[in-house]
Ligand binder design. Structure first.
Ligand code: NAG
Ligand code: NAG
Ligand code: NAG
Ligand code: NAG
Ligand code: NAG
Length: 183
């Protein structure tokens, strides 16, 4: 009788431990989403000190995209990444990047150069910078799979976006952190 009770206690304890281990494994291996930050955004056309009336407008827009994988245990396979640029809700350009694999805990920096369209919105934008209301929209679309230990998770669509205020030097106004998080 007491032997059987002893066995049951052991059995219960064992099951409990197994459950706890599974829960812990699941919590520690469950991958977190990467973060996407914009840094060094620059629009030469809006740089007041370089734009002059008799030169052609440089509609190129440049920035760095910083993608960070916060997971200690999982890598990330990214599909091709599409970045779109907007001014006042109007799409003015885009850039397509190849997919890549990112190891655990790694940060990737990608230089993005967008040959934006020319159009009347630039006139508006160069007035907007004067009263600090020039704001670009950026969105990023991709898909990813996490590589957890040996297996890949299912495919997951990603869409993040952010607003980039630009000042009279054509550079983004991003405060102390000097980056804008796409969410
Ligand atoms: C703006 O243009 C001026 C004159 O061309 C240049 O010296 C300056 O570096 C430019 N600003 C930025 C942020 O590149
Ligand atoms: C504007 O054009 C005039 C005449 O072609 C030229 O002399 C002047 O240097 C130009 N200004 C700038 C800033 O390019
Ligand atoms: C536009 O500006 C970028 C950055 O300053 C420069 O790399 C590029 O050569 C310029 N393009 C033209 C056509 O002037
Ligand atoms: C990214 O852009 C390319 C080319 O415009 C397009 O074929 C592809 O479907 C886009 N991908 C996504 C996820 O929107
Ligand atoms: C800033 O200037 C633009 C163009 O002149 C104008 O359309 C806009 O209403 C102004 N915004 C503010 C907040 O003053």
């Amino acid at each position: 009788m007491s032997a059987r009770r002893g066995f049951c206690t052991w059995c219960f304890g064992f099951t409990f431990l197994l459950g706890l281990t599974a829960l812990f494994l699941w919590l520690s291996l469950r991958p977190q989403n990467p973060s996407y930050d914009l840094i060094d955004f620059y629009s030469p056309a809006l740089n007041i000190s370089s734009s002059s009336s008799n030169t052609t407008r440089n509609t190129t827009v440049l920035f760095e995209l910083k993608i960070s994988n916060p997971n200690k245990d999982s890598g990330i396979h990214y599909d091709a990444i599409n970045v779109s640029l907007y001014y006042r809700e109007e799409k003015i350009g885009e850039s397509n990047m190849q997919g890549f694999y990112q190891g655990h805990g790694k940060t990737a920096k990608k230089s993005v150069v967008i040959a934006a369209a020319d159009g009347p919105f630039w006139e508006a934008a160069s007035l907007d910078v004067l009263n600090r209301t020039a704001v670009f929209g950026v969105d990023l679309v991709t898909g990813l799979r996490f590589k957890v230990v040996w297996a890949n998770t299912g495919h997951k669509g990603v869409k993040v976006a952010g607003h980039v205020p630009v000042g009279v030097d054509g550079k983004m106004v991003a405060g102390k952190k000097k980056r804008i998080k796409l969410k």
